[in-house]
Ligand binder design. Structure first.
Ligand SMILES: [Zn+2]
Length: 663
């Protein structure tokens, strides 16, 4: 393709993809299929790779994250990011209204307010110049924050390019949806890492990461709630409408009210509705709508006088701590769990709470039998906030710190971070069960029918002492000897076990249960090493030189393969016929189609489009979404669309499915 054409095509694709993103993420109204989006996206990424000089600052490919940073630079805010005072009652809100009237010396009987949700996330300032997203900064101390521009570029709802060319500063909140939070914590737990306490911590933690590619995977979102610009807006409401038109995500749950009483009503409404939102809010924000009045009301050194937050009362309850059970995880971590007298907190019955670790128990000074306050805030699992010592009867008992593993009696140590206790016995039945359950789970070997319940039984009956035994010790005959096993389920389980021997290498790497190694890291390792043998032979230095594999992960992998016990179990897997290297499909890679661009149209008979595309890619070719001067071949199935006409027009070679197969 001629250079001018390439540049134009890149512009076209960027514009189109940004529009699709906007419709998808901001308007919640997708206008193309994922397949169409992906093919266009791949075409753009390919063109940018070949012609980096034409890469645009507003390209959606930037959303996957740029190069890692060494550290964040400190930046001074042009307009200080002052905080907002909190209120907790109707009376305090009435006081706020009276104060605003007094300071601004207004004659109005009523002040108009804008009422918005108060997000439980991280506040940021976004600077735009000439329509481009220039810089994004954290609040910091209100006067100076961290430049986290590269991380913010990965936020899908944050526009990199806007139609407004004059200087604009947008204030907003970066947040994480509850479902994403659950998913990330699930992954963290699986790879033996400490989960985030709540979505806000997860958001803050993600924004502090130095590798934008990792940030991109956290799926952070933005709500814009303030604009600073000389655009003629007279009210905050107009400013919000302007931001919305300028393609910023502005939350639809907001209200313009005539007076403080209406504002209070709206706040109370959301108190009961907030659980239905897909993200956390911890209150409402009430802002003076007139920008002129705002100017008049001014600020103290710490907070603005024209806005106030109404915080929802924390969802707390009092109950009795019946006992503390110690759970032993896959990597041996001992976690104390509080068993509570069941109690209702904001609509759900709570009977367990987390105590994190034994230092936390000491810090709280809580005893078994205590009356305790529990809170269900942004956290998904409720926590104990404090005991009520005044209500003690003298029958409460200290919670002992274990000196040995409560399950196997083996010795325990404090882990690397000096907080959690860990059982060192690799044969510890609790750990064995957790490891086997992990091995059989969906992202691992995906052995359906071998869940927690059966793993418990098999380990207790000594049929399994590690996951290597699965392939030799679980036979149809043995299963039929068990009381509760039916014929069909026995047969199905044996089949599922047999089938799992061919799982892709990445899933096997994950299944091994190496500490800190999640499914994503496993994919990287599988691709890099191609076999368990090669992976096991790699030293720490080699491992940590791989992109996205940090020193902690590298050490963990090396430690794993230094352990005789682990080597023995891996040998069992190999001997049983579990595939420990990448299949032939990968080995068949060639560069037959290198430099060639294919476009696929119509309905194929022998392949799905994805299969055909991946076949072409394996041979080094490229698959584009639409026909252009850059296309070498159009593969044409039944009922082709306009792509065929375009190809004819551009003299692109046209192949039928069988032509392609011969090729
Ligand atoms: Zn143990």
């Amino acid at each position: 393709m001629a250079d001018g054409k390439t540049k134009k095509r890149i512009e076209e694709l960027v514009k189109l993809l940004n529009y699709y993103n906007y419709m998808y993420y901001v308007e919640n109204n997708p206008v193309v299929t994922d397949y169409e989006y992906d093919t266009l996206y791949k075409e753009l990424a390919g063109l940018e790779r070949e012609h980096p000089q034409y890469r645009r600052a507003d390209s959606p490919t930037l959303k996957v994250g740029g190069e890692p940073l060494k550290k964040f630079a400190a930046v001074r805010h042009m307009v200080p990011m002052l905080s907002i005072d909190n209120t907790y009652s109707k009376e305090e809100l009435l006081d706020f209204d009276a104060r605003v009237k007094k300071i601004t010396e207004t004659d109005e009987k009523n002040i108009e307010y804008a009422v918005e949700l108060k997000y439980d996330g991280v506040a940021v300032a976004l600077i735009y110049e000439g329509g481009n997203f220039l810089r994004g900064v954290t609040r910091g101390d209100g006067w100076q924050g961290d430049d986290i521009t590269e991380n913010l570029k990965t936020v899908k709802t944050l526009p990199l390019f806007i139609p407004y060319k004059k200087p604009l500063e947008v204030r907003g909140e970066i947040y994480m949806r509850k479902d994403i939070f659950m998913r990330i914590n699930g992954e963290k737990k699986k790879s033996g890492e400490t989960p985030f306490a709540n979505p806000r911590n997860a958001t803050a933690g993600s924004l502090k990461l130095l590798d934008p590619k990792t940030v991109a995977k956290r799926n952070l979102q933005l709500f814009a709630y303030q604009g600073i610009a000389e655009n003629g807006a007279a009210t905050h409401w107009e400013m919000l409408e302007f931001l919305k038109k300028t393609s910023f995500p502005v939350n639809p749950h907001r209200k313009l009210v005539k007076n403080i009483e209406e504002a209070i009503d709206y706040c109370v409404q959301w108190q009961s509705k907030r659980a239905d939102l897909p993200y956390n809010i911890d209150g409402m924000v009430i802002k003076v709508n007139s920008l002129a009045l705002r100017e008049k009301s001014g600020a103290t050194s710490k907070s603005v006088r024209w806005a106030v937050a109404y915080k929802f009362p924390a969802e707390q309850a009092e109950t009795t701590l019946k006992e503390v059970r110690v759970q032993v995880g896959r990597t041996g971590t001992l976690t104390p769990v509080a068993i509570l007298e069941p109690v209702e907190v904001s609509g759900t019955t709570v009977s367990r709470a987390t105590l994190h670790n034994f230092d936390e128990i000491k810090r709280l000074g809580v005893k078994t039998g205590d009356r305790v306050f529990i809170e269900k805030g942004g956290e998904i699992i409720p926590k104990i906030i404090k005991p009520v010592p005044e209500k003690r009867t003298g029958n409460e008992k200290d919670i002992p710190v274990p000196h040995e593993c409560p399950v196997c009696g083996g010795s325990i140590v404090k882990d690397d971070e000096g907080v959690a206790l860990r059982c060192l016995n690799v044969r510890c039945p609790a750990q064995v069960k957790e490891r086997i359950t992990h091995f059989t789970s969906r992202d691992a070997m995906d052995i359906e029918g071998l869940g927690e319940k059966w793993v418990d039984i098999f380990v207790d009956k000594k049929m399994l002492s590690d996951y290597g035994d699965i392939y030799t010790n679980i036979t149809y005959e043995k299963l039929m000897d068990l009381e509760r096993m039916a014929e069909t389920s026995s047969r199905n389980l044996v089949e599922a076990i047999e089938k799992s021997k061919d799982r892709p290498l990445a899933n096997l790497v994950f299944a091994l249960g190496i500490r800190h190694i999640g499914i994503h890291a496993s994919e990287i390792l599988a691709e890099k090493f191609g076999s368990i043998k090669e992976l096991g032979e790699a030293d720490e230095e080699t491992l940590s030189s791989i992109n996205e594999i940090g020193p902690v992960m590298a050490k963990s992998i090396a430690d794993f393969f230094r352990n005789e016990e682990n080597i023995r179990v891996i040998r069992k897997l190999k001997d049983a016929g579990v595939k420990t290297e990448q299949g032939r499909a990968e080995a068949a890679k060639s560069d037959k189609f290198a430099g060639l661009t294919f476009v696929i149209t119509g309905t194929l008979s022998g392949y799905t489009r994805d299969e055909l595309a991946s076949l072409i890619k394996k041979q080094g070719g490229r698959v584009a979404g639409s026909v252009s001067g850059n296309t070498d071949y159009l593969i044409c199935g039944a009922d082709p669309g306009s792509k065929l006409d375009k190809a004819k027009e551009l003299n692109v070679k046209i192949l039928s499915e069988s032509d392609f197969n011969t090729l």
